[in-house]
Design a protein around this ligand. Sequence first.
Ligand code: BDR
Ligand code: CA
Length: 278
Amino acid sequence: MAIPLIIDTDPGVDDAFAIALAARSPEVKLVGLTTVFGNVGLELTTRNALRLLAYLGRAEVPVVEGFEGPAGAADVHGEDGLGGQAHTLPDNEKGVYGDDPVRFFADNLGPRTVVAAIGPLTNIAAVLDAGIEIPRLIVMGGGLGLGNTTERAEFNFWADPEAAQTVIRRGKPLIVPLNLTHRCIADAEFLSRIDPVLSNLTGTYRAYLADRSENQGIYVHDAVAVAEAIVPGTLKTRTHLLDVDDDGALVEGNHQVEVAEDTDWPALRAFMEQRLSG
Ligand code: BDR
Ligand code: CA
């Protein structure tokens, strides 16, 4: 039986890849997307989530609009969150299903439901604060001694450190940190082989990384986390004792957290390439 999956997301180019991976994987049943501010503001992340589902032929999947906030990574993901190419995706006639993620989780979480949180953790912290237990929570976020927004803070944790603290301290997450996702690069060859509508979203991101590194592709951070929801065991994990500081950096602490440390990237890359080819 397919694994029920809710994705909490701020699309976002790598979020788009993660959503497409889930939408095209029969191992999971996409129960809904909850949106959050992050890479761009909430109105755009919600619109992008709706459009992506419409493009993927999955307009029936409900989209619930969550929390707004101040962060932004338009320099990486483009002003519209999808490399200036959101307009290439169709409108979704369904519109948003609701604007209360806590209610949506309360109504839709079952004992087998997996939640992949691939944006700032504001919605997820609100769900935990409401006393709702998430049976399996996979989070893309954090870095062990490594950041991508400040020297020590990863974007999703930095965007709402208090929410990241709640999740690390009380959410029993499996986290997928930068240390692993920085090894998971969709390079030019990969991007030339997948659905051209998806690879067309990556221009701004590729240019941003090419300006700063030898990287000729994009990091598929969020898709790595969602791959673990689709095929459990894809990521090799180890338990660490961690916390999050007030600036959003993952630090040593007292909370047991499962951390994804390794994967067979050639195999995962082949899996993603096949699923994202349409
Ligand atoms: C995370 O931040 C966002 O920019 C990406 O979508 C990903 O979720 C990587 O740090
Ligand atoms: Ca994201």
